[in-house]
Design a binder for this molecule. Structure first.
Ligand code: ADP
Length: 513
């Protein structure tokens, strides 16, 4: 008889492992206990959650359980009726409906999840009123246990989710480069999901992708956009490679992935702001250093200018004396040549330190660029360098010294060609944006080592052989651009090329005036 085993069955149901074991296993344990201790020959458990109905059939004969989730709309009339009993009174009224062959008992798991227990009699006898009463008690207990299990499972999931968000916040607080932080975060995502072993994750932000170990983009996917400044900048995705699509993700997991996407967005924005702060600080430090060196250079240049003028003047006078011996004349010519060279260096130093006079007029940047390009074109032809020019004719004129502008571009172009001894591509571009004209000079040459990058604008810094470079070209570029209220920046990838970008304001600032 069913009722004789009720106490035993209730004990089976509420065993300590019930809260943590999967739902199908709890049902299987419950079914096997009923089948082996009562007149019941086979049983079914139906669970309905919103639109979704699941059905488990437990036939006799020792097979643990057979799981058959039912398609929507296939509820039998009796089952629908039984389920409706659970809602009519808010809680399941006891008793259900029964015949000697079949007992149909509704129960409630949670207000959103309702169930029906269907017992069929077997060869050991038929149901009577007492057996039904006890079966009803079991249905009630099953509902409670499933409800408890669901609450427990939801709690475990919530703890996993909070742990995940907490760990992300911890990684975000570490002083790591962004890519390293994202690599670590993507690794901890699968553990926060219902079935970590069947789950893998991927974070894609602005062209970069990070994947968890054993990543597989198959099965069901849950995703959330990463929004930077309100704009979509990427995705965080979680894939579930399990076979049962309907059970792949819990509804709360969409909230979790949304929270992860928000955490990632704030992490990326914070790291970027930090990188920008460091960049501006370095730039300020660099500009400061160049200004100090400029003052020093200007002082030295002024001091040398006068004695040098005397050397040059007297040497030129001496060269004109008719009675000079040929060898002495040659020596005097050498003195003149060296003095002229020194004068050129002093002139460049004065340009670098912004001490040389300027003649500012309305000047066309594209014209200055074209004149500079024309001067390097023959050299490009012999060095197999292809020039790509993307300079619109519509650039507005700026207040500048046209010959100094030409010198800026010429210095950059000559350096670029020299960096490509085996040939390459020289890209020259210009655009008008944000009240300034930005000119880019990019080569596909040998690049600049990172430790040299911040020294290239210093006077006399050169990596070229003696006679090939004085190390003043970029100092002059810097001096001229700064005197025009603009800025010059360099980026380079050793072995792949270098890009210089000169920005010149369309209306000069007060400082440069
Ligand atoms: P110089 O050309 O006389 O050496 P610059 O001041 O023009 O002096 O350049 C300083 C140094 O910067 C160069 O010696 C070279 O090492 C580096 N440099 C400048 N432009 C480039 C470039 N486009 N590619 C690689 N290195 C460059």
């Amino acid at each position: 008889m069913l009722h004789e085993n009720t106490a035993l069955l209730l004990r089976v149901l509420s065993s300590p492992s019930a809260a943590s074991e999967p739902r199908a296993s709890l049902l299987s344990r419950f079914a096997q206990a009923i089948l082996s201790t009562t007149v019941c020959g086979s049983l079914e458990v139906w669970l309905q959650e919103g639109e979704r109905t699941q059905r488990w059939c437990f036939p006799p004969g020792g097979e643990p359980s057979s799981l058959a989730p039912e398609a929507e709309g296939e509820l039998s009339e009796r089952l629908t009726e039984a389920l409706s009993l659970t809602t009519a009174a808010g809680v399941a009224p006891r008793g259900g409906s029964w015949t000697p062959d079949e007992v149909l008992l509704p129960f409630e798991v949670t207000p959103r999840v309702r169930g029906v227990l269907l017992l069929r009699s077997g060869p050991r006898g038929a149901f009577d009123a007492r057996a039904v009463e006890h079966a009803d008690l079991l249905a009630l207990a099953l509902g409670n246990e499933l409800g408890h299990q669901q609450t427990q499972a939801a709690l475990t999931e919530r703890v996993k989710e909070l742990t995940c968000v907490y760990q992300i916040a911890q990684i975000a607080a570490e002083p790591l480069p962004l890519h390293e932080a994202l690599e670590r975060i993507v690794e901890l995502l699968p553990a926060a999901w219902q079935e970590p072993e069947a789950t893998s994750a991927r974070i894609s932000v602005e062209g970069e992708t990070f994947r968890s170990a054993d990543f597989s983009a198959s099965g069901e996917v849950l995703r959330a956009p990463i929004l930077l400044g309100g704009q979509g900048a990427g995705w965080v995705e979680v894939f579930h490679a399990g076979c049962e699509a309907s059970a792949a993700f819990l509804p709360e997991e969409q909230h979790l992935i949304d929270a992860v996407a928000r955490e990632l967005a704030s992490l990326i924005e914070r790291k970027r702001a930090e990188a920008e702060r460091v960049r501006l600080q370095t730039q300020l430090h660099h500009t400061d250093r160049l200004a100090t060196i400029g003052l020093l250079a200007a002082g030295v240049a002024h001091e040398l200018n006068e004695p040098l003028a005397s050397v040059l003047g007297f040497a030129q006078l001496a060269a004109k004396a008719p009675e000079l011996e040929e060898s002495t004349r040659a020596d005097v010519e050498r003195v003149i040549k060296a003095a002229l060279y020194a004068r050129e260096i002093i002139r460049n130093l004065l340009v670098f330190s912004r001490q040389s006079p300027q003649r500012k007029v309305e000047a066309k940047v594209d014209a200055a660029l074209d004149q500079a390009i024309a001067l390097v074109e023959p050299r490009c032809a012999t060095a197999s360098v292809t020039i790509s020019r993307q300079v619109p004719a519509t650039l507005p004129p700026i207040q500048a010294d046209p010959s100094q502008l030409q010198q800026v571009f010429l210095n950059l172009l000559v350096n670029a060609v020299q960096a490509m001894p085996g040939g390459g591509v020289l890209e020259i571009s210009a655009r008008h944006e944000g009240g300034a004209i930005h000119v880019g000079v990019q080569d596909s040459g040998k690049g600049i080592a990172s430790e040299d990058l911040e020294r290239v604008f210093l006077p006399f810094f050169t990596t070229k052989d003696v006679g090939e470079g004085t190390g003043l070209g970029l100092s002059v570029v810097h001096g001229i651009v700064a005197a025009h209220g603009g800025s010059v920046a360099v980026t380079s990838e050793p072995g792949r090329g270098t890009r210089f970008e000169v920005s010149l304001p369309c209306s000069p600032s007060k400082e440069s005036e």
